[in-house]
Every structure is written in structure tokens, then in C-alpha cells.
Design a protein around this ligand. Structure first.
Ligand code: HEM
Length: 425
């Protein structure tokens, strides 16, 4: 082999290496570019959802226009429930009066209020369980959660004593609200007068001193935003933490939360357990947000109110909460992700169970998270968990066979769920 051979070989190897490096660099660039653009698309999509929720999609964001943009898509709630509240009104006066009226029911942070709430909820569950004495081996979970949350909400906002409530009326009222809500989405073309009358009669039995009343003072104005948002997330958080696959840390935390709520709501020493307990509610709200989508009607041209033609814009909250580019293992129930050291700015931006200003839910900071975890603990203490020997049968082969599968969270998805208590009589 002569020198020329070696020179040609060296040139070939050099060129080959250079060529391979070029291919590698180009593919790497293209790959990371795709990733960069998908993550920036993602950030953009969160910003888009936030813009819808915050009414940033309106040209003029004055209060009057915001109310109109919200009331139009919620019109079906006026049709089925006859409510006149911030979700359905276009009147600035009615809106402001309602926000003021609802304040005292939201409890604030006073510990004694939460201890009282826990006691009322525990009494309520005992009364409900008496009703099911004969069938305790297989309790209808959805019915039970609806009744518990409904009476607890009446206790908070209407000062109702659980012992004075007829559970048959509550069963009728809660089943009717569920029926009417589903009806408003699936068959809005016909008016379910019969069911509406049944609901009205049941409510009059439960809250006699609230009737007769004007549309503005109707108790459903409070019951719908307060109870309707809460019952499914309470049930789903209870089932997720108590009966599905969770990591060891979450299981240990839940045991502690069951043991320490409601006492941890008192005193500075329990601050950490309180935060841990609230994180269970926050994680339930992330994975199963009661308001999955927020709708706004945006005028198509530069029209002033009342709008004649409009586009419907949607903030997809459930999507934001399960985005794998933002949340690690988004389908896993893991309250520790809300610890300050783990909760990133991107997560903060994407976490929208209560919407955002200027119409963020007034129950967001204290009432809803506290009430959710208290009600979850009342259920866990009263019905047990997998660890204590109880079990949930979902009436669905996939959910029964795979404890890691995500739970369905629609209003009719939980009707077959049955809880079997360990020492049922
Ligand atoms: C888990 C519980 C709750 C969730 C997930 C929730 C969610 C929300 C959301 C997403 C909004 C914004 C709606 C929109 O702009 O279209 C909202 C607003 C509101 N919520 Fe809640 N809510 C909950 C509990 C409650 C409770 C207990 C009350 C008490 C009555 C309440 C009263 C209201 C009111 C009055 C507004 C309107 C605020 C405004 O327009 O300024 N919510 N809620």
C-alpha cells in the first residue's frame, strides 16, 4: 500500500465522519426544534385558555360585557333551574348583590367554623347510613355523596340542622338536580316541567322559610354553584385516595390526614398537616375539575351589547390540568406535587379549577378546598378505605380490574359504584 492509498483513505474517513456529524447535528437540531415548538405551543395553549377564562378574548372587558359573555352560554341553566345568579345574570346590580350575599357562608379561616362543619357532616353521614342499614354491604356511593354534600352545603349557607332534614326530600332534590343538569346538556329542546316541579316541592319541604321567593332570592342560586361543583370532586377524591393505586408517600399522608382532620384546622402547630390535607383537595380538583370547560360568548364583529352573533370560546380546564408537558405523570393522584418545591410556575399557570381574575370563584382560597377535604375525611372515617378492609366495586370490568385506570367523572358515570364495608350488618 502506497502513500496515495493512505491519503485517499484518510480523506474518505474524514469526510465520512464529518458527514455523520452533520447528519447527527441536523437531526438533533430538528428534534429539539420540534420539542421547543411543542413546548412553546403548549405554553401558548395555556395562555389561550387563560385568556378565555379571564375574558381577555373580549374587546371591551367592562363588567357588563363580561356578564353577557358568560350568561349566553349558561342560558340553559335559566331554562332548567330558573336561576338568576352571577352565572346567568346580565345585571350588574344582581351580580354585585349576590357576591355580597354569599360571603358569610364561605366561613373564612376561623377554626371553630370548620370544626362545626365537620361535626355537621359527620352527623349527616350517620343519618344517611341509618337509612341504608339493610343494605350496608353495598352502598350506592353517588347517592350517598350527593346527600352528604347537599346537606353540608345547606348547613353552611342556610344554617340547616342536619337532624331536621328529611332524607327522602334530599334524595329527590339531589337526583332531580342531577337529572335536570344532564337534561340541559343532552335534550335542551324540551322542557322537563314535571321534574322541575318535583325539585321545587322537595326544596320547599327542606327550606320552608325560603319560600315563596323571587327568582333572585331562590335558594338554587346558591345551591347550584356550591353543591353541584362539590359532590363529584368529593367522591372522586375519596375514591382516588382511599381505593385506587397511590404511591407509598400518598398512602402514608392520607392515613395521617384521616387521623388529624379536623383537629389540624386548629392552631399554628398543625400548619403542615393542614397544608398536606388541603393538597389532597387540590389534587382532586386538578385531576377531576368540576368545571371541565369554561365557555364565553364573544361577539363576532365589533358590536356593542346585546350581541347578535357570537363565537363560543372555550377554556379547556381539564386539558390544562392533564397536560403531560406540564405535569409529571398527570394521570397519577399525587398531592405532593403541590408542595412549594415541586409546584412550578408552569403548573401555577395551568392550574385553573376556580378560573382566574376578574371572576375567580370566591370559594377558591378557603371554603372549597377545606370543605372538600373535610367531607372526604368524613367519608373515610365513616365508610373506611381499602386499607381498613372496605372496597369499591365500579360495576365496570376495566375499573374493577385495573386500580391505576383514570376514573370517569361525568354526572352519570358513578351511578353504579358501590361501597362494601368491612363490618357491614
Ligand atoms: C369545588 C368547588 C367549586 C369549584 C370548582 C368552583 C368553580 C368556579 C369557577 C370555575 C368559576 C368561574 C366561572 C366563570 O367565570 O364562568 C366560579 C365562579 C363562582 N363561584 Fe365557584 N366553584 C366552587 C365552589 C363554589 C362555592 C361553594 C360557591 C358558593 C356559593 C361558589 C360561588 C361562585 C360564584 C358566586 C362565582 C362567580 C364569581 C364572579 O363572577 O365574580 N363556588 N366557580
Amino acid at each position: 500500500m502506497n502513500l496515495t492509498y493512505w491519503i485517499i483513505a484518510a480523506i474518505k474517513i474524514g469526510f465520512g465522519t464529518w458527514f455523520l456529524a452533520l447528519i447527527f447535528r441536523t437531526s438533533y437540531y430538528l428534534f429539539t426544534k420540534q420539542q421547543r415548538s411543542s413546548s412553546s405551543n403548549n405554553v401558548q395553549s395555556i395562555l389561550d385558555h387563560r385568556a378565555v377564562a379571564s375574558f381577555g378574548v373580549l374587546q371591551d372587558r367592562c363588567l357588563q360585557n363580561r356578564l353577557i359573555a358568560r350568561a349566553i352560554p349558561n342560558g340553559r341553566l335559566i331554562d332548567v333551574f330558573g336561576i338568576d345568579n352571577p352565572f346567568t345574570t346580565t345585571s350588574v346590580i344582581i351580580y354585585r348583590r349576590f357576591i355580597q350575599k354569599v360571603g358569610p357562608g364561605l366561613h373564612g379561616t376561623k377554626p371553630e367554623k370548620w370544626l362545626k362543619f365537620f361535626k355537621a357532616a359527620s352527623t349527616t353521614l350517620d343519618l344517611i347510613l341509618l337509612q341504608f342499614r339493610g343494605v350496608r354491604y353495598s352502598l350506592p356511593l353517588a347517592d350517598l355523596a350527593r346527600q352528604l354534600v347537599f346537606i353540608s352545603i345547606l348547613h353552611s349557607f342556610f344554617d340547616v340542622d342536619p337532624k331536621n332534614v328529611n332524607l327522602d326530600d334530599v334524595g329527590i332534590a339531589t337526583a332531580s338536580i342531577n337529572f335536570l343538569w344532564v337534561h340541559s346538556k343532552t335534550a335542551p329542546q324540551w322542557y322537563p316541567l314535571g321534574r322541575r316541579v318535583v325539585l321545587e316541592v322537595a326544596l320547599q319541604q327542606i327550606l320552608p322559610d325560603k319560600f315563596p321567593c323571587s327568582a333572585e332570592d331562590h335558594p338554587l342560586n346558591i345551591i347550584i354553584p356550591a353543591y353541584e361543583t362539590m359532590w363529584r370532586v368529593v367522591l372522586l377524591t375519596f375514591v382516588s385516595a382511599g381505593f385506587r393505586n397511590v404511591d407509598q408517600e400518598t398512602a402514608d399522608q392520607f392515613r395521617k390526614v384521616i387521623e388529624r382532620v379536623p383537629k389540624c384546622f386548629k392552631g399554628k402547630k398543625s400548619k403542615d398537616v393542614r397544608a398536606m390535607a388541603v393538597n389532597f383537595a387540590r389534587e382532586g380538583l386538578r385531576l377531576y375539575p368540576p368545571t371541565k370547560r369554561i365557555y364565553r360568548a364573544v361577539p363576532t364583529e365589533s358590536q356593542s351589547p346585546p350581541f347578535f352573533t357570537y363565537d363560543e370560546k372555550i377554556a379547556d380546564i381539564e386539558n390544562c390540568h392533564r397536560d403531560p408537558n406540564i405535569w409529571i405523570n398527570p394521570e397519577q393522584f399525587r398531592p405532593s406535587r403541590f408542595l412549594p418545591e415541586e409546584f412550578t410556575d408552569a403548573m401555577k399557570e395551568a392550574y385553573l379549577p376556580f378560573s382566574i381574575a376578574p371572576h375567580r370563584c370566591p370559594a377558591a382560597d378557603t371554603f372549597a378546598p377545606h370543605a372538600i377535604i373535610i367531607l372526604v375525611v368524613v367519608l373515610a372515617k365513616g365508610l373506611g378505605t381499602l386499607e381498613s378492609g372496605s372496597n369499591v366495586r365500579f360495576g365496570n370490568a376495566r375499573l374493577d380490574g385495573d386500580r391505576s385506570a383514570l376514573l370517569p367523572s361525568g354526572r352519570l358515570d358513578m351511578e353504579d359504584w358501590r361501597l362494601e364495608m368491612k363490618d357491614a350488618v
